[in-house]
Design a protein around this ligand. Structure first.
Ligand code: 13P
Length: 251
């Protein structure tokens, strides 16, 4: 009942021309994929051009971040209406690189999430523990904190637009993915927290993506787990063939 979702987070890669070439290569490779939702998240600079190239395709577009205020004196920030204006329907909020490199707090991420949902974007809200936290036995505590603070005040009628991405920080860009059973354990825990916060029925409908060194060779096994409803792909999403293989592994 949860339609799998495969999303590519391109991070700070690709100029406009390269971005358009990438989706032009991807579109025919996945045009017959059914039973899976597909999203690409190019850098902000390429959103308009890629948004145009994706018209009439079965691929949706997302931004990698979005600010909480609709407009105003916020130098460098991109608002929800601006993201929508590029033909995007999604935003990633709370990626571990935003949390760490840009020092974004749980409170700010909660504001961004509420603004994005309220403005009509669908959101992939990212959570995940560092290696240090996992080794200290704090994984559950960290995930619970990120969810409790991050999802505070989300209106019940907007949870349909919410997707959670579990991305253990130690698996991101390292080539070392979480083992499928290890990821499943974390996903089941996350769903339990969602049930406490939002009720079991709502929690059962929310997709939880796995992210962290997903590639064609491990995608099917990861996404076959009961509580893994798709993936958020970094490095392997930069290549049309690899990303298409991961999309097809979800079907
Ligand atoms: P990698 O797939 O490169 O490990 O990145 C995962 C990620 O951070 C997706 O948001």
């Amino acid at each position: 009942m949860r339609v799998p979702l495969v999303a590519g987070n391109w991070k700070m890669h690709k100029l406009i021309r390269e971005s358009v070439e990438m989706v032009e290569a991807l579109i025919p490779l996945v045009k017959n994929a059914s039973g899976v939702e597909i999203v690409v998240c190019p850098p902000f600079t390429a959103l308009s051009a890629v948004g145009q190239a994706l018209q009439d395709s079965n691929i949706e577009q997302g931004a990698q971040d979005v600010f909480s205020e609709p407009e105003g004196a916020f130098t460098g920030a991109i608002s929800v209406p601006m993201v929508l204006d590029t033909g995007s329907r999604w935003a990633i909020v709370g990626h571990s690189e935003r949390r760490r490199v840009f020092r974004e707090s749980d409170a700010l991420l909660n504001e961004k999430l509420l603004a994005a949902l309220d403005g009509g974007l669908k959101v992939m809200f990212c959570i995940g523990e560092t290696l240090e936290e996992r080794e200290a036995g704090e994984m559950e505590h960290v995930l619970e904190r990120q969810l409790t603070n991050g999802l505070q005040s989300v209106p019940a009628d907007q949870t349909g637009a919410l997707v959670i991405a579990y991305e253990p920080v130690w698996a991101i860009g390292t080539g070392v993915n979480a083992e499928p059973n290890q990821a499943e354990e974390a996903h089941a825990f996350v769903r339990g927290i969602l049930a406490q916060q939002l009720g079991q029925t709502t929690a059962d409908g929310i997709r939880i993506l796995y992210g962290g060194s997903v590639k064609p060779s491990n995608a099917a096994e990861l996404m076959a787990q009961e509580n893994i409803d798709g993936s958020l792909v970094g490095g392997a999403s930069l290549n049309a063939n690899d990303f298409a293989e991961i999309v097809l592994a979800a079907t």
